[in-house]
Design a binder for this molecule. Structure first.
Ligand SMILES: [Mn+2]
Length: 315
């Protein structure tokens, strides 16, 4: 065991945290406290996005503490298991457990630890199962946290990552939280759709994940919008910024602009056009002089299931 001075146990999700990472951490920290584990603290790996801010405010839940460095900390990792997506110095942490719903990555530990990974709509849904196994009732607030995470990660159960178990769970949690699933779901997703207000840089990096193999890195951002018109009038500016960021240290960089009501995506890319074109086998819109392009992907909403497996072929 590594010598650890800070007695707290931090439950933390990935960098550029989304609602699942934040509300999942809140729900799991609460669960562990209910099981009489002390010193469990929900944490976050960065600034909250506007959707998560809306949720925490609405349900009057305290914002998790910001943790920037994992050195000598007791950490429970949720919603990721790749070093590239974890807070700084995760190798220097005492990792106690991992709960995730992504591909198996590269986080290593010294000791055997509980590691649960299941393809579910949200990591919060896996955490909800723990409550059920141990017969710990969901308070209204915790039900709302888990429900919000499921709605956010599955775009109100529209993403192909949604499982039948997630649908049943969402209905049950909506009842406990005393909300109408459709109405609350739209309210929540719309709160996250302030993409248009932001700089191109922030649009790309607010919800951004990096994947590494050896020295090569690929990045995929995703930004939700209501209707494409306004955002696509800024396509040149956004593509230019994506290319600028890619040139610094990525093999290729992508941005999914996803329209959340119809469930369609414009995929912006920066990198080798010929290689990327082949991955999608779709028409590519290019802008003269720019080393990148835009591909329209109808009925694509999931980075994890519909984009990442294709583009990781570039590594
Ligand atoms: Mn997630």
């Amino acid at each position: 065991m590594k010598r650890v001075r800070d007695k707290n146990i931090y439950v933390i999700g990935h960098l550029h945290p989304d609602t699942d990472s934040v509300c999942g951490a809140i729900a799991y920290a609460h669960f562990l406290k209910e099981k009489h584990k002390r010193n469990v603290v929900p944490a976050r790996a960065g600034e909250l996005n506007s959707e998560t801010k809306f949720i925490l405010k609405k349900w009057k839940v305290k914002t998790p503490v910001l943790l920037k460095d994992a050195t000598n900390k007791n950490i429970i990792i949720i919603d990721h298991n790749e070093i590239e997506q974890a807070i700084k110095n995760i190798r220097e942490a005492n990792i106690l457990e991992i709960i995730d719903h992504h591909r198996i990555g590269d986080v290593e530990t010294i000791h055997p630890i509980p590691f649960e990974n299941e393809p579910r709509g949200a990591v919060a849904a896996i955490i909800a199962d723990r409550y059920s196994w141990f017969r710990i009732p969901f308070s209204r607030k915790i039900a709302a946290m888990i429900l919000s995470a499921i709605i956010s990660d599955t775009l109100l159960l529209k993403s192909p990552t949604t499982t039948p178990k997630d649908r049943v769970l969402a209905k049950k949690l909506a009842k406990i939280a005393k909300v109408n699933l459709q109405k609350y779901g739209h309210e929540l997703l719309e709160a996250g759709c302030d993409t248009i207000k932001h700089s191109a840089n922030k649009i790309i990096l607010t919800d951004f994940k990096t994947y590494r193999q050896g020295t090569k890195k690929i990045g995929i951002g995703q930004a939700p919008v209501l209707g494409f018109n306004k955002i696509m009038s800024r396509k040149e500016e956004i593509l230019k910024e994506l290319i600028r960021l890619q040139k610094r240290n990525h093999e290729a960089m992508f941005l999914m602009i996803t329209e959340i009501i119809a469930g369609n995506t414009y995929l912006f890319f920066a990198g080798n056009e010929n290689k990327i074109k082949k991955l999608f086998n779709k028409k590519v819109e290019t802008i003269t002089g720019l080393n990148g392009g835009i591909i329209y992907l109808p009925k694509v909403v999931s980075r994890k299931k519909q984009v990442q497996p294709k583009v990781l072929g570039l590594l």
